[in-house]
Design a protein around this ligand. Structure first.
Ligand SMILES: [Zn+2]
Length: 180
């Protein structure tokens, strides 16, 4: 018998045993979910190299929590870690589960600043802010993917670490322009 761990996910998902596991959890939505597993592995070489059964079992965790697995949605990530895929919940996954439970009053984030001596603060995030942020992410998603893939040049802000580290010496700036 072939070692299951080495059979590519796209073949594993054709097996009746695995199909029925997803059918049990997701019913009619199983085929779509299964095709997104195959897509995720196709677009991530590291996931092709890990134990393929661990990809399936991580995906089953997401399925049983009824969280979408599309990696750009931020609900659940499949993370390759020492030869295996691990399910890792994104912040949207936590929010989704909290909302479904109906047990929460409101969601707070604890923010820690990235300074030498970090500052801490508990921040309440109103729903409309969350929705705004999600709309923004959706809006910029394609552009971000293009920049990551090198299809589009990033817009330079001139202030961040990336811009500073890749800055080229160009025009000469007068000291008068730097001091008000
Ligand atoms: Zn920048």
């Amino acid at each position: 018998m072939k070692d299951l761990a080495r059979i590519p996910v796209k073949e594993l998902v054709r097996s009746d045993t695995i199909k029925s596991k997803f059918n049990d959890v997701l019913g009619k939505r199983a085929p779509q979910f299964i095709s997104s597993i195959v897509n995720i592995v196709n677009s991530n070489q590291d996931l092709k190299n890990v134990d393929q059964t661990s990809v399936i079992s991580s995906a089953l965790v997401a399925a049983s929590l009824d969280l979408p697995i599309n990696q750009s949605f931020g609900y659940m990530y499949l993370v390759p870690y020492s030869g295996k895929a691990q399910p890792q919940m994104g912040y949207k996954g936590y929010i989704q589960l909290a909302q479904r439970s109906g047990q929460y009053k409101r969601l707070n984030a604890i923010s820690v600043s990235k300074e030498k001596v970090p500052d801490k603060m508990v921040i309440f995030i109103p729903d409309y802010r969350m929705e705004e942020a999600e709309t923004q992410i959706d809006m910029y998603q394609d552009h971000i993917e293009d920049v990551k893939a090198g299809r589009v040049e990033p817009t330079r802000c001139g202030k961040c670490d990336y811009c500073k580290s890749t800055a080229k010496l160009g025009k000469i700036v007068s000291m008068d322009d730097l001091i008000d």
